[in-house]
Design a protein around this ligand. Structure first.
Ligand code: HEM
Length: 189
């Protein structure tokens, strides 16, 4: 993955736990760089090793680490130069979810080696929408849950998310139900 993702993990840990914890995580992960070039490609193994080391160091399940990081990523990525290029801030949550593939396609114009996820959103009249997540990578479904929570928070709504199907178990991809529970925060206030 691009170094931007590893730098996201780094900034997340520095913000929440400080330099010493980050050093310990790098040692455990066998990562010597400690800082990454945002626009350079790194082996996916390095990102997985970092997530594993965060999980061990903070005594949290890896799924929780991925979920919390996904939530963090929404704010973090927005502040990067690529994020500013693809700002979706003024769209509704549903439009943002619908636009995820197009957004990653735009990211790809500046990050040509991007291997992005794919999403299919089925909007349902009863409000129990379905989100299909496709990836060439394994194990990142919890990050999608965090990303959706982060996007919802950013859009001023709350969502209920449940994973309905699991890649490798009952499907060839992950499927989530997404229900928007509250209207825009501004109208509720
Ligand atoms: C401005 C915002 C964003 C930027 C710049 C961005 C960029 C990236 C980058 C660089 C990667 C690593 C892939 C690679 O290097 O090959 C990635 C992966 C990913 N992105 Fe985004 N992204 C953004 C927002 C989002 C949002 C809002 C979602 C919400 C669902 C999302 C879902 C994912 C997922 C699930 C992956 C993991 C890759 C996989 O599943 O194979 N991203 N993105």
């Amino acid at each position: 993955m691009y170094g931007l993702v590893n730098n996201g993990i780094r900034t997340f840990i520095l913000d929440s736990h400080g330099e010493a914890t980050w050093q310990a995580i790098c040692d455990k992960a066998g990562v010597t760089d400690e800082e990454f070039e945002n626009m350079a490609s790194y082996d996916d193994g390095q990102t997985y090793a970092l997530v594993g080391a965060v999980s061990e160091t903070l005594s949290l399940p890896a799924e929780t680490v991925l979920e919390v990081f996904g939530e963090y990523w929404v704010g973090f990525s927005k502040q990067t130069s690529v994020g500013k290029l693809v700002d979706q801030g003024s769209e509704t949550l549903i439009d943002r979810i619908r636009g995820l593939d197009e957004m990653h396609e735009m990211v790809k114009t500046t990050m040509p080696h991007l291997n992005p996820p794919g999403f299919d959103f089925e909007e349902r009249p009863d409000g129990n929408h379905r989100l299909h997540y496709y990836s060439s990578r394994e194990g990142l479904a919890p990050m999608v849950v965090g990303l959706l929570r982060g996007m919802a928070q950013d859009s001023g709504v709350s969502v209920r998310i449940n994973q309905l199907e699991y890649r490798g178990k009952d499907s060839d991809h992950d499927v989530f139900s997404v229900r928007i529970e509250s209207a825009e925060a501004s109208s509720a206030a």
